[in-house]
Write a protein that binds this ligand. Structure first.
Ligand code: ATP
Length: 517
């Protein structure tokens, strides 16, 4: 992407998005996210959340849980919806994954480069066709923005005018034509192998003997744990269809090419809710959840211009969604997709695929008996599933918050919505004498019981403000030499840098009020 000089200076690209390397560096410098096993050279596709990152992630997770389980939305009929939560095992009986279709079908097509030994997701590559020279170039779409890829294309095609080349998804290239293909990281033709299906589930062994019979899988999605407990919930809780079951937790996928920081990793967290309804009402609920979820992302501070809906084409639908009303994704304009968008959440009509599959494989009746109508009826509920990535959501909050501001010592600040900010307030005694630390500490002891507050005495006040700008603390409370006399302190607002004098005994309530917005 061609950065303008001014944009480069501010670490933002043309589309107003932060450059990814800048965001990754900030995340490390300020304790949001570190590479996993860093002192051993890292491990591709795994990340650790640091002190600030875990706080941010928990805030997003807790907000989702509150809005789904503790206080679910009001439904179309004006009554609050019924949604309950579960927290199920990561390792389940391996038969679960046979029934769900994951053993047979949770595959990605991959191609290998015989020369460089690098591996690619076939469906993530695009093919640039150079008819004049009878050759085809394979690239990751994002890589095409890079200068080196463009240079290679121009050189090999023997022209600066790339408009003569046509691009199509790489999946459209027949393996018979692979002899003409130049792979992404080579200049030789014919080095890519035919696509092979690669199952994304991580395998492990349960128990000490570790034979093939003890093979088990780490869950690739949290959804199946919900279907496994559907009968327990219906039998033991006071729920009636339509109702939902929600879960937040880890999922594992042995992604062929983990990339783009925490966007595509091999261990990540999902926030999923399965909404069980009568088949006749599936369309109504799909529309309902689409709107709810889009608005929810806005409510945690994402600008609506950075979010779009994308309806899946028929040929990209998952096995479970083929029959129904399809899947719609909520996509976000990530720094590496801009000006395009990448998936953040999928809202799928899963039909009765999962319950029927588990009923068949487990030989346990899972039909729902509805005696609230006359005559009573028995049916297999359909499912609408809003499935989002908690880890990907954290990346969205980070990218969205990053705001360049050359006028500040930190040159930027993180404009988190106050309720999402990892640290809500900092108490800063201006100097370490004249009784100021005592007053500041008393205030800190009061505030920290209500929201995450830091007590910060390190460095001069300008340095302290700069650090809190970088971690996105919305309110800095400075106790100064006037405080012992006027029993008030100065609140400095992160976004405007404006300052307001507030009485010490009103400060907690002041911050609390802002956190509710
Ligand atoms: P993609 O097409 O990006 O591989 P998907 O369609 O397979 O994603 P789903 O199975 O619908 O994803 O999972 C629901 C959500 O889980 C996604 O919208 C995304 O936010 C998150 N997610 C899926 N795979 C990953 C991953 N490898 N790393 C981080 N988050 C992920």
């Amino acid at each position: 992407m061609a950065n303008t000089q001014a944009a480069e200076k501010e670490n933002m690209d043309d589309s107003g998005m932060v450059a990814m390397d800048e965001l990754v560096a900030l995340c490390k410098r300020r304790g949001f996210i570190f590479p996993a096993s860093e002192i051993y050279g890292g491990i591709n596709g795994f990340w650790d959340f640091g002190p600030l990152g875990v706080q941010l992630k928990n805030n997003l997770r807790d907000r989702w849980w509150r809005d789904m389980v503790v206080c679910p939305p009001i439904g179309p009929d004006g009554e609050p919806l019924q949604i309950v939560g579960v927290d199920t095992a990561i390792i389940q009986n391996p038969k679960v994954w046979e029934a769900s279709g994951h053993v047979a079908g949770f595959n990605d097509p991959m191609v290998d480069c015989k020369e460089t030994k690098l591996r690619y997701r076939q469906d993530h590559l695009i093919a640039i066709i150079d008819e004049r020279n009878d050759q085809i170039f394979a690239f990751y779409a994002e890589a095409l923005e890079e200068k080196s890829a463009l240079k290679k294309l121009k050189k090999m095609a023997g022209t600066d005018d790339l408009s003569k080349l046509k691009s199509v998804p790489f999946t459209k290239i027949a393996p018979a034509d692979y002899a003409k293909v130049v792979g992404p990281d080579t200049e030789k033709k014919g080095t890519l192998t035919e696509p092979k299906q690669f199952n994304l589930m991580f395998k492990t062994y349960v128990g000490a003997t570790a034979t093939e019979d003890d093979k088990a899988y780490l869950r690739p999605e949290t959804a199946q744990g919900i279907f496994l407990n559907y009968k327990n919930v219906v039998d033991n809780m006071r729920v009636r269809v339509p109702f939902g079951i929600a879960q937040v937790g880890k999922a594992f996928r042995n992604e062929v090419t983990p990339r783009n920081f925490i966007y595509r990793s091999r261990e990540f967290e999902q926030m999923e809710m399965e909404w069980f309804c009568h088949p006749d009402e599936a369309k109504k609920w799909l529309d309902f959840w689409k709107e709810q979820r889009f608005n929810w992302w806005k409510s945690v501070g994402v600008m609506s211009g950075n979010l779009i809906f994308r309806q899946h084409d028929q040929d990209e639908l998952s096995h479970y969604a083929k029959e129904g009303y399809g899947t719609v994704d909520i996509e976000y304009k990530f720094p590496f997709t801009a000006p395009g968008y990448g998936e953040l959440e999928g809202i799928a009509h899963r039909c009765d695929f999962d319950l029927t599959a588990h009923q068949t494989h487990s030989k346990t009746k899972l039909e729902y008996f509805d005696d609230s109508v006359q005559p009573p009826r028995r049916f297999m509920p359909h499912v609408i599933e809003p499935a989002s990535g908690l880890t990907r959501g954290v990346l969205v909050l980070l990218a969205e918050a990053y705001t360049a501001d050359p006028s500040r010592p930190s040159k930027m600040y993180m404009k988190f919505k106050p309720s999402m900010a990892p640290v809500k307030a900092a108490v800063l005694p201006l100097v370490n004498k004249d009784g100021l630390p005592e007053i500041a500490q008393k205030l800190y002891y009061e505030m920290r019981t209500q929201f995450v507050t830091e007590y910060d005495t390190k460095g001069n006040i300008g340095k302290r403000y700069a650090r809190h700008d970088e971690i996105g603390t919305p309110f800095c409370v400075t106790v100064d030499t006037d405080t012992p006399n006027d029993h008030a302190a100065t609140i400095r607002f992160r976004d405007t840098m404006a300052q307001e004098r507030v009485a010490l005994d009103k400060i907690s309530a002041f911050v609390q009020k802002a956190l509710k917005e």
